[in-house]
Design a protein around this ligand. Sequence first.
Ligand code: GLN
Length: 478
Amino acid sequence: MRELIKRSLAEHRIALDAGDYSSLELTRLYLEEIERRDGDVGAYLTVTAETAIRDAQEADARRATGCVRGALDGIPYALKDNFCTDGVRTTCASNMLKNFVPPYDAAVVSRLKAAGAVLLGKLNMDEFAMGSTGETSALRRTRNPVNENCVPGGSSSGSAAAVAALEAAFTLGSDTGGSVRQPAAFCGVYGMKPTYGVISRYGMIALASSLDCVGVVTRSAEDCGTVLSCLSGKDARDATSVSHPFPKFSQYKKDGSRPLRVAVVRELMAEGVLSSDVRHALQLAEKRLEELGAEIGEVSLPSPEAALAAYDVICAVEAASNLARYDGIRYGYSEAAEELFELYAKNRSKGFGYEVKKRILFGTYLMGKDQRALYYDRAQQARAQIRERMLGIFKQYDLILSPTASTPAFSTGTTLSAAEQRRADLCVVYASLAGLPALSVPFGKNADGLPLAIQLIGAPFAEGLLLDMAKRLEEVTP
Ligand code: GLN
C-alpha cells in the first residue's frame, strides 16, 4: 500500500475514479509517511491532519455521486508557510509571525480548495523566503531527503523536501530569485517558476513584489503541468496577474515542422562557474536534446555576477519596503513598550532573524538620497538590459538550457562564506529579473549520489514548451 504515495497525479486520478483506493486512504498514507519520516526530514511546520481527513472524506463523497471536480480532486498536497490559509497558522518560518493565523485564504489556496485538493499542512522555508539553504528558518531545520547531511536548498526548503520524501503528492513554493528551482534541483524533483503574473500572488506574503512568483514542485513534468493548469489565470485581487489563453499544459504540442533551437549561455560555461559534475550534466543534456533533434547554439548574457548583484539590490529594496508592515502593532511579534519608537525597535529586533534584518538594513541604506542613483537605478538598468537581451534571444531560439545551481547540494553547516552561498543563485536570477518561465529538471546524480539538475528557460508564456521538453528528456534519461 505504501508504494502508492510514489504515484503520479494522473495515476492517482485514474485509481480514485476506478475506486482502487479512496482519497481518505491516500491522505492517510501521506499522513503516515509524514509521521514516519518528518522527524528526520523536517519539511513541515504544521500538519493539518484533522481537516485533511475531513476534506478527503468530502472528496470521496463527491466522487461517489459522480461530481468529480477535476484532476486534483482528493489529492493531498502541502504549502510553503508564506501562503495565507484561513484559520491555519502562517509563519513565514519567522518568530515575527509565529502565532499569526490569517483570516483569509491566498488565491491559490481558494483555487485548490475549489478543485477539491486536500491540504496536508504548511512547509518550512528560509525566514521570509530569504536564503538558499533552508537554514535561516527560525522554527525548524529541514534536511535533504536524498542525503540528510546536506541542505535541501531554499528558500522553499520544505516544499522540495516534502515532494522528494514522498510526504505530499505535490507542493507549492514561492520563487523570487530561484527559491523553487534551486531547492528542487538540490532534492532531485521538478520546480517551475512560471512567467511573472501567470499565477495570482494574492495572499502570498510578499518578499520582493516585482519578482515574486508562485511556484510548483512535483515529481514529474506532467504533474507540474496539471497543477499549473489549475492555478493559472487572471485574478482581480492581484493587479499584476495576467490572463493568457493557456492550452491545457498536458495537451501542448510543439510545432514539429522545424527543429527546436536551444541556446546555451557562454558566461555560465566559463571556467570556475560550475562544478565539474554540474558541467558534465549540462553537456549530457545538450547531447540528449541533439538526439531529440534540437539544434544547439551559444549566446551571451550580461555576467551572472552582474545579474546577481542587480537581483540582490532590487530584492533588498523591495523587501525593506514590504517588511515595514511588521511593526508589532497590528500583528507580528509584540511586546509592550513605553513609547512608539522603542516599541518598533524592540519588536522588530526580536521578531526578525539575522538574515532578514541584514536585508532590511541593506535595502533601507540603498534607498538613501545619496545611494539610490548609484545602486538601485543601476540595478534597474541592468535588469532592463537582461530582459531585453533575453527577449532578443527568444527571437532566434525556443529555449535556453542552463544549470539550475552551480553545484549540487552542499553539506549542512558547511562554512561557506556568504558570497559562496549566494553563488548558489547565479543561474536562477536571470529568469527572475526578466520575468520569464523557468523549469528545473532533475538530471541524474553525481558520484556521491546527489541529484543534478538542468534548467530550461523560455519566452513569456512558454510553460507548455518547457514541460513538453522536460517530458521528452525524462523519456530518454535513465
Ligand atoms: N535565494 C534567493 C534569496 O535569498 C532567492 C529567494 C527567493 O526566491 N525567495 O534571495
